[in-house]
Design a protein around this ligand. Sequence first.
Ligand code: RP5
Length: 163
Amino acid sequence: MSDGPIRVAILMGSPNDLPVMQPSVDTLRELGVPCEARAISAHRTPERLHRYVEEAEARGVRVFICGAGGAAHLAGVTASLTLRPVLGVPIESSPLSGFDALLSTVQMPGGVPVATFGVGRSGAKNAALFAAEILALEDGEVAEALRKLRERQAAALPLEPLA
Ligand code: RP5
């Protein structure tokens, strides 16, 4: 499964966003979902974004995860270019600690939806899990990988009293 065509594209506004977005990559790889991560900015490289989304659809990408900080338009602009689900991850890279990116990402005017996750690394992880859940609707292998991951998470919590 992990060697097939890319199913999830993980985009971020800057290479500096990678430490925050890394959980998206790690989670999808753990689940065996083929993905790739790219630095593409809605502001700095708009033509590259348009071209990438068009080509990604043709390559079989089903879901886009977009992480950006500041006046974060990456998820919204990506959503304007595709009918595939776009999951937004606000990044705490500005003096406003991600509150600006959260509002920029979540407050899409009606008509072009972005599913927005929490600010930072937890949001990046949950976006990957949600992307896998979308794929799992039609892919039994991904569904099974998700089920096992939930089992591992549950098993990691001790049964005994902590104190
Ligand atoms: C946003 O501006 C990026 O997503 C990043 O979070 C922020 C700062 O980018 P750099 O100046 O660090 O490249 O577009």
